[in-house]
Design a protein around this ligand. Sequence first.
Ligand SMILES: NC(=O)c1ccc[n+]([C@@H]2O[C@H](COP(=O)([O-])OP(=O)(O)OC[C@H]3O[C@@H](n4cnc5c(N)ncnc54)[C@H](O)[C@@H]3O)[C@@H](O)[C@H]2O)c1
Ligand SMILES: [Zn+2]
Length: 366
Amino acid sequence: MKVMKVRLKEKSYNIVVGNNIVRFFVDYLRKVNIGRHAIIVTTPVINRLWGKKLLGLLQRGGFNVRVEEVADTEKSKSTSTCLALLNRIANYGKSKKVFIIAFGGGVVGDLAGFAAAIYKRGVPYIQLPTTLISQVDSSIGGKVAIDLKVGKNLIGAFYQPRLVFSETTFLKTLPDKEIKNGFSEIIKYGIIKDKKFFKFLEDNVEKVLMLDKKVIQFVLERASQIKANVVQKDEFDKLSVRAILNYGHTIGHAIETASGYSKRYTHGMAISIGMIAANFISQRMGIISKSECSRIEDLLKRAGLPVRAKGIAPSKVYEAHLYDKKFTHGTNRFVLPVSIGRVKIVEGVSEALIKGAIQSVCRGGE
Ligand SMILES: NC(=O)c1ccc[n+]([C@@H]2O[C@H](COP(=O)([O-])OP(=O)(O)OC[C@H]3O[C@@H](n4cnc5c(N)ncnc54)[C@H](O)[C@@H]3O)[C@@H](O)[C@H]2O)c1
Ligand SMILES: [Zn+2]
């Protein structure tokens, strides 16, 4: 088990990572002195797989627990689901001091975290992430949000959890596709911040995919630490520090949008392709070498991730990237790798180069 701290002055909190550690969850809850009335927000799938265990632990630990299920899809990050959830929380919690446990993947984490941020102007919440992507990414950093019809994550807040508790045994029931989804963000961390970690991933790809206990523990520790380090330097995403987490995301998001958020390209798959597009730009600008780009592409492929998009029109991807919220001050902004382990932010990349990069990753699209 490893405990890491996200240092944000009075909002500091621990990230606990380990195998078979859920039995200590109640002890950690007590340490953060969070009250006795827990509302677990989860989905039917997660509740069926792991809910009973959690409920038993909490009840035996003396907590009053209420379980609130939301549907198992991104659609749960809607205004209607969020309002319905808040009404149920308010009815239950009228005269109680409640706290919320976000028990699920990024959808539940974002929704429950946002509900916690706005209910009574903020009640405490805990992240108990169950997907790889939520354990290494979305549970850390306090970005919580729901979607509007015109775009994802448009209503949100910075609202830090009181504890992030990443139990790796939850990953055992996760479909392969979801492991790869998280793996993509993990590889991203190596490229943006840690050359040694990237090498470790090269040496252990199969073990990550098989969820080898020791390897997955190390990967989670390293990835969580990298995200925590970035977040604590730039909690509100204002200093261009947190922006490096967007490596691969500019074109990646555009691919997700252009494919209509189809199941064909999960977020991780789309950002894998987005990382290749950013590399194309970086290489053409003489920033990164061809051999480094090849190493990145090889690792993504070995992780079972796509490096080219099929069946998506490059023109649609280009259009979609223009609407990205990272497109600030009327100019574009790309996170480009300099070498494995180091990136830089470049503004004003030429239209021709962006189109070239999109064409190169959308071969066979139009
Ligand atoms: N706040 C942030 O910083 C941040 C960062 C990245 C992503 N996100 C958000 O996260 C969301 C995506 O999160 P996600 O990829 O975790 O998807 P998800 O929450 O939809 O979960 C993926 C699927 O896995 C299932 N599942 C979850 N845990 C399981 C388990 N242990 N065993 C079996 N099945 C399980 C879920 O039911 C779901 O069907 C998006 O809405 C995205 O915007 C937020
Ligand atoms: Zn991402």
